[in-house]
Design a protein around this ligand. Sequence first.
Ligand code: SF4
Length: 154
Amino acid sequence: MAFMGTNSKKWWAEGIQFECQGSGNCCLSRGEYGYVFLTREDRQNMAALLRITTREFTRKYCDKKNGIFHLKEDSSRAECLFLDGKRCSVYKARPTQCRTWPFWPEVMNAKTWNKEVKTFCPGVGKGRTYTAEEIEKSLNLQKKSESQLLKERT
Ligand code: SF4
């Protein structure tokens, strides 16, 4: 994930329809662009769900890219280690970037949204409408998490 882009144009002022269709597309590994980056809090939450220590979780499931933790990629699988069929096996404790998808700063510009997100994610245009406030909240959560990742970089 190249997560540093920003765009605050509010073309979504009327809200956006989105409902996860369980495609698992966002859980597929796409090399470093598909990395699931993890703050310390993300790792703590996942470790707690799995009933292991954060240290164990980190050792077993994490790698680092430029000093930032992300979920390990397994070359024998095309998808996230925690994808079980089309279901996230750690859904309750899934990382922030999985919670905030698809409302990420880097994709919330009309061009990327229409060209990439809409074709990649079958949940766009389905289900309930997320209000501008909800989208803003998700964007802010994602931005906060990205800043935290940089603060925790070693
Ligand atoms: S942690 Fe769960 S939601 Fe996030 S990429 Fe992995 S399987 Fe998908």
